[in-house]
Ligand binder design. Structure first.
Ligand SMILES: Cc1cc2nc3c(=O)[nH]c(=O)nc-3n(C[C@H](O)[C@H](O)[C@H](O)COP(=O)(O)OP(=O)(O)OC[C@H]3O[C@@H](n4cnc5c(N)ncnc54)[C@H](O)[C@@H]3O)c2cc1C
Length: 294
C-alpha cells in the first residue's frame, strides 16, 4: 500500500523543525527512523498532512554521560546504543534490552526518540526508561520541559507530549552502588515484539544480602509499560533469597491485569510475568553481588 499524500519537509536545525510543528500542530508528524510511522502511513492508521523529517538535524543524536545520568539524543539509532561502551558501563539494563528490539535493519534505522514517542506498550525502551525512573526532555517553540517517564506514557501509543513538542532526549539516572539489573522477555521469535518482558532493578543493603530497593517494570501487559509497585514495596527489606523471588512472582501475578489478544491470553501473560520476575530478580541480585551491575 502507499501512504496518503503529505507535504514533506526536511529541516536542518531544531529551531526550523519546531517552527513547522508549531505552525501545523497535530496536522504534522515528526519522521525519525520511520520503522513504525511508515507502516502506519501505508496502512492509513496515520494521516498527517506534513511530515517533518528529523534526519538532517545532527544535534539531536548523541550519547552523553554525566555523574548523575546518561543522556541519549532522540535521533540516536538503536544500533548506536547497542554498540556504545558508555551505555554498557553506565546503563547495563538498557544495553541488555536494546538487543531485543526488532531485527538488525530495524535497529539500524530506528531511533531512541521514535521508540519513546511511539509508546508501544510492548516496546523495550519505554519499559527500560520507566524501570530506571528516567525522564523525557521535550522541546517546542514555547520552551523546554522535562517529564518523568511515569507521567509520559499515558495510554496505548499515547504520551503526554503536545503535538508541537519534540522528544529531544531521554535521561537514564545513574544507579546507586550495589545495584544490579536484568532484562528478560518472551517473544514468539527473536525480533518480534515481546509477549511479556520485565526489567528488574535491585539495590542491596550494605550487607549485600538484604534488598534495599527493587523495581519491576513490565511490557506487554497493559496499555503502557507497567510498574508492579505492590511487589516492589513488598521486596524492600527482604532477604535476597529464592523464597523472596517466589513471593514476588506471586505478588506480580496478583497485581498485573493484562488483556487477552490474538497473540496470548491474559492468563498466559500473567503466568509468564511471574516466571520472568523470579528469574530476573535472581539474576539482578547475582549481578549486584558480583559487582557487575547487569
Ligand atoms: C518488523 C518490526 C519489528 C519491530 N520490533 C520491535 C521490537 O521488538 N521492539 C521495539 O521496541 N520496537 C520494535 N519495532 C519498532 C522500532 O523499534 C521503531 O524503531 C520504533 O518504534 C520507532 O522508532 P523510529 O525512529 O522508527 O520512529 P518513527 O517510525 O519515525 O516514528 C514513530 C512515531 O514517533 C513519532 N516521533 C518520532 N520521533 C519523534 C520525536 N523525536 N519527537 C516526537 N515524536 C517523534 C513519529 O511522529 C511517529 O508517530 C519494530 C518495527 C518493525 C518494523
Amino acid at each position: 500500500m502507499k501512504p496518503p499524500r503529505f507535504r514533506y519537509c526536511s529541516p536542518e536545525s531544531l529551531e526550523e523543525a519546531l517552527a513547522v510543528l508549531g505552525e501545523f500542530g497535530d496536522e504534522a508528524k515528526p519522521l525519525a527512523g520511520g520503522q513504525s510511522l511508515i507502516p502506519m502511513l501505508n496502512m492509513r492508521l496515520a494521516r498527517p498532512s506534513v511530515l517533518v523529517d528529523l534526519n538532517r538535524i545532527p544535534a539531536l543524536a548523541g550519547i552523553e554521560r554525566t555523574d548523575r545520568f546518561l543522556r541519549i539524543g532522540a535521533m540516536t539509532r538503536h544500533r548506536a546504543v547497542e554498540r556504545s561502551e558508555s551505555v554498557a558501563r553506565a546503563q547495563p539494563l538498557l544495553a541488555e534490552a536494546i538487543g531485543y528490539v526488532g531485527h538488525l535493519p530495524i535497529r539500524t534505522r530506528g531511533t531512541v526518540g521514535g521508540s519513546i514517542a511511539h509508546a508501544d506498550p510492548a516496546a523495550e525502551l519505554p519499559g527500560v526508561l520507566l524501570a530506571l525512573d528516567g525522564t523525557v526532555e521535550l522541546q517546542s517553540r514555547r520552551g523546554h520541559r522535562t517529564v518523568p517517564a511515569r507521567d509520559f506514557f499515558v495510554d496505548l501509543l499515547t504520551t503526554s507530549a503536545d503535538p508541537d513538542e519534540l522528544v529531544i532526549a531521554v535521561r537514564f539516572p545513574v544507579l546507586p552502588p550495589r545495584s544490579g539489573t536484568a532484562w528478560l522477555e518472551v517473544a514468539r521469535r527473536h525480533g518480534d515484539y515481546a509477549l511479556v518482558g520485565v526489567g528488574a532493578v535491585v539495590t542491596l543493603a550494605e550487607d549485600r544480602r538484604t534488598i534495599r530497593d527493587a523495581r519491576l517494570c513490565f511490557i506487554g501487559v497493559g496499555n503502557t509499560p507497567v510498574r508492579a509497585t505492590g511487589a516492589e514495596a513488598a521486596l524492600r527489606g527482604q532477604p535476597a533469597a529464592a523464597d523472596t523471588w517466589r513471593s514476588a512472582a506471586e505478588a506480580v501475578r496478583n497485581e498485573l491485569d493484562p488483556a487477552s489478544d490474538i497473540h496470548a491470553s491474559a492468563q498466559y501473560r500473567r503466568s509468564v510475568a511471574g516466571v520472568l520476575t523470579e528469574r530476573a530478580l535472581a539474576l539482578a541480585v547475582q549481578r549486584a553481588q558480583e559487582g557487575t551491575a547487569g
